[in-house]
Write a new protein. Sequence first.
Length: 466
Amino acid sequence: MSTIRTRTQKASVLAAVAIAALVITSVFAFAPPAQSTYTQTPSFKPKIAIADSTENGGVYHYQTVVSGNNVYAIWQDYASGNLEVFFKASKDNGNTFGNALNLSGNSGDSALPKFAVSGNNVYAVWVDETSGNKEAFFARSTDNGSTFSDPINLSGSTGNSEFPQIAVSGSNVYVVWRDNTPSNYEILLRASNDNGATFGDVINLSNNSGDSMIGLRQVEIAASESSVYVVWQDDTLGNLDIFLARSTDNGKSFSGAVNIGNTSGSSNHPEIAVTGNIVHVVWLDDTDHGGLGDNYDVFFSTSIDNGNSFSKATNLSRIGGVGVSPKIATSGSYVYVTWFAGAFPDYEVFLTRSTDNGATFAHPVNLSSNVGLSSNPQIAVSGTNVYVVWQDKTTGNEEIAGRWDAFLRTSADNGATFGNGVNLSNNGSSNGPQIAVSDSDVYVTWLDSAPGNEGIFFRAGTLTPN
């Protein structure tokens, strides 16, 4: 079995280094919140095995997306002897799931799936190695995931096309990936304006002499109305910077790449969130640590003019120490950023919020606040409801919230206060939680290692009205 390889990068030391001690016991310095519509702690149904150990030889790289009553899950699976991309759909708010569909169905390895939803349409992308090199493949469903089209090769290159990402806005579908066909690594994109039925020509967004996107999690995409934004890590200027390209005409043309961080240190792992014409970007940066690549902070920049110009980069995690694995979400004028930080083995999950479109941020709050290792947070927002999930090792095992258990905390008042933590897995070795939300409904997926095998598990929860 071949593998999806990444290039060694300066930022990879993050997984091994001990981060400076962090002591934060403060809470948000906000005015007392208005009475929330919902309680702060969801009630959850029993867990469901989406891909259990009796069916599969190894499951990885999973994602969950929700649209109305429809909940979708995608993952890569080694059950057939090679890596394939599988998909399941629930039409009843996650109470039951249909049979697994093999979207790739070929003799080569298919991996690193991502997908997005708009109305009845579901769009999936992944990396395929059947031809001998890595290609970006695409398939779509127009009936809420009941059936899918045959896969098409979007990249069609002689080099390696890797790490595809996808975004959707209305009938516009955008797929971006890293490609080394030009001899260096470039960021390429194709756009569809007819719900994925056809795609335009490949557009080179980076188009420079350096390498763009070195390793995993170094390119992200977001779309809003007729605009689409792509951010990535780039070393053209001699150190690792965060670049952005934007289109305001449904992906037909793009601006030149702009260095939005423009810091003296190394920047990596960008994340992006968009609301209307406001664009927020968060990333890791070692500028305030001398650019040595040993410790990183969470940096943030925002644009209020469709990405035409960006604010000066702000260090969000400086108060209290160093940040790792930032995630961002937005709702209206509220912006939420979460990360984990601390000194091994006592990492904690932190969150800060802005109520003014990223102009100012509150002091970070410690969401996990325990003696164990809390890491890899994910965040989702729906209206006034804010959900943060992470994996936690407080009790000694590995589950997503307390023993490598999947832990969740919820706010129903725009992040002003949070309810108690909920241990969702509480069994075996659980890690890598993913989250999707729709109004008061929350869906969490994680990887759980049962004896001898791994499985993807799922729980659906609902906030109770006050």
